[in-house]
Design a protein around this ligand. Sequence first.
Ligand code: CP
Length: 318
Amino acid sequence: HRDLTGIAQLERHEILFLLAEAEQWVEFNRRADKHCDALSGQTIINAFFENSTRTLLSFEIAGKRLGADVVNMHAAQSSVKKGETLIDTAVTLNAMRADAIVIRHGSSGAVDLIASKVDCPVLNAGDGQHEHPTQALLDALALRHALEARGEGSEDFTGLTVTICGDILHSRVARSNILCLQALGASVRLCAPPALMPAGVEAMGAATFADFDAALDGADVAMMLRLQTERMSGQFIPSAREYHHLYGLTRARLDRCAPDALVMHPGPMNRGVEIDSDVADMLDRSIITRQVEMGVAVRMACLDVLTRRGRAVPGWND
Ligand code: CP
């Protein structure tokens, strides 16, 4: 079997393959009857050691719509609170003969560790500051749909400039998106307060900015990220007012981008801090709810592809 621990482990053609697979589920999810038996008889465990609304719910909905038996393990109510180690937890989940395990964990690399201890595919639902691969895939699908709706659709994002602004240092979403967007041909600009920009990130091929206005100049997409104060220790944390002044996406700032530039945010949003409500709610420019919609389709595609046994999957290296 194969795991989905990061975009870094995917070839470009595999990213395109997963997006193509997700397209059928976008249509499926718009039907009145949203149930099939593709994963009938399979058990999926969602093991979440960190809070989540979108990722947990969409993985649960995805598994159920595919006909799988889906079980959620919340760390707060689990024996992790009694001191059980991550490896013992992994061995325990494995003994229950899950067919796929979806994991969110606060430590970078925790998902790889669990993947090395279990017999079934493991899907990374966000590990520390490392990766959040299904978020990057759903962002790519949402962006593709938005461009298609304007008659600018193409398979990849060649020629597109995406500015990712926020707490880049702590953001697994940023990391996975840098890898995914660049694999699909986009130019990526990163913007953060200097203390929240990871050292050496330019080596990933992205341009870095401390000045938000400069980072937005002519960009086709503004992807806003929240300040992950729960991961900060020792860094200077700007006040919400100060941060908004320097890095908040306002209507006036959006005008620095290309005409009709799109606005994205993975959620959860802090309105009035990194993004103003009148920008987040712009019907013609903001694709934030489309991102959520695509999340279910992308997670259906990933669960379906990773749990296929004995069935050749063209476009996917097994
Ligand atoms: N975008 C994202 O991962 O949201 P949740 O933390 O709510 O899952």
